[in-house]
Unconditional design. Structure first.
Ligand SMILES: [Zn+2]
Ligand SMILES: [Zn+2]
Length: 369
């Protein structure tokens, strides 16, 4: 079918709206008419060339919409279902999936999602001249329609506003899942969050819901720290003015129980680990994606304090269980996802949405169709 999509033709250039061809869904795939899609920093990383997905590519990976068509082997969703498109499709059969960690699926690895094809390695998008286009994160939701694997289309309740809950496709679920699924933040504990973009803000929201006593937000931009304060951070640290490790030690009597790194920067990762050194059993949770090959070091004797340093991909969620749960929490007023959205755009305004996100003018932008 023909549809409109925003195509990245070359690195560091504006996206162009083009009419392109989308193939029908294969056996275990579904066709979704997009209603909304979030603009995430990973889309911008791709434009800058920080990720492996090479142009020409259709970006967008926080889509939500309505199923229009399903492949012959699809069993979990049907036309008319309202779905959130997650960045973590999974096979359901490999050891990681069987152990309840589908975000580390061995057959549909996250690294492969960044290579620009569908989980089976092929593509569904092409130009009139037959040239194939890549799918960002096996989704490509900056377009009127998307074809995704069945496991990536998560059915949600009828009354959920898709132009808000679409954020759960990537960034928001990553932050919320890191707090609830991975760290299991205890009530009354102290938390630090390095980076107040979409993921960091979701960490703050979820830590507040979990009953954290103190939530210290760290960022280089006062604008972003202001957003963090609005969503529940109790203390704000501008890392361009203060050493965040020292400041956290001062604010939290030595250090915090949990430190989340939500940037993808090895300096911040190191600082997050330092922030839990003094807490017996403290945990540093690394959410950001650092450049391949980047390293940081840890003073080994600190493990004497039984600290944990762990990674967490896409919030370690089990999409069909956790995303509907987070939607319920939003509908009950416990997770104010709507407060994260400070601007809405049309697909034609995509480049403005991207520049506003990049400049930190908005907390989160959503494209509506
Ligand atoms: Zn699997
Ligand atoms: Zn994302």
């Amino acid at each position: 079918m023909k549809m409109k999509a925003a195509v990245l033709e070359a690195l560091n250039t504006p996206l162009k709206i083009e009419e392109i061809e989308l193939d029908d869904p294969k056996d275990s795939e579904v066709l979704v008419k997009l209603v909304a899609t979030g603009v995430c920093h990973s889309d911008i990383h791709c434009i800058k060339g920080d990720l492996a997905t090479a142009p020409p590519v259709v970006l967008g990976h926080e889509g939500a919409g309505i199923i229009e068509k399903v492949g012959s082997k699809v069993t979990t969703v049907q036309p008319g279902d309202r779905v959130i498109l997650t960045v973590a499709p999974y096979c359901g059969k490999c050891p990681a999936c069987m152990m309840g960690v589908p975000t580390s699926c061995e057959n549909y690895p996250q690294t492969a999602m960044l290579m620009g094809s569908m989980p089976d390695g092929s593509k569904r998008l092409k130009r009139k001249n037959g040239e194939e286009l890549s799918h960002f994160m096996a989704q490509a939701s900056f377009a009127d329609y998307a074809v995704v694997d069945e496991s990536a289309a998560v059915k949600v309740r009828e009354d959920a506003p898709l132009d808000v809950v679409c954020l759960l496709g990537c960034g928001a679920s990553t932050g919320i899942g890191a707090v609830i699924n991975k760290a299991r933040v205890k009530a009354g504990s102290s938390v630090a969050v390095y980076g107040c973009g979409g993921v960091g803000l979701a960490v703050i929201m979820a830590a507040k819901l979990a009953g954290a006593r103190q939530i210290i937000a760290v960022d280089m931009l006062d604008k972003k720290l202001k957003f963090a304060g609005e969503l529940g951070a109790t203390d704000l640290v501008n890392a361009s003015k203060d050493d965040p490790v020292m400041k956290i030690a001062e604010l939290a009597a030595g250090g915090v129980d949990y430190a989340f790194e939500a940037i993808g920067n090895t300096t911040a990762m190191n600082q997050a680990v330092h922030s839990v050194y003094s807490r017996p059993g403290g945990m540093a949770i690394i959410l950001g994606l650092a450049p391949i090959g980047a390293t940081f070091s840890i003073e080994a004797w600190r493990f004497l304090r039984e600290i944990t340093v762990t990674g967490c991909t896409a919030g370690s969620i089990r999409p069909q269980i956790d995303i509907p749960h987070y939607v319920d929490l939003f509908m009950q007023g416990k997770l104010p996802l709507d407060k994260m959205i400070s601007a809405r755009y049309t697909l034609r305004q995509i480049n403005k949405a991207i520049s506003d996100t990049l400049e930190g003018k908005i907390m989160r932008g959503v494209i509506t169709f």
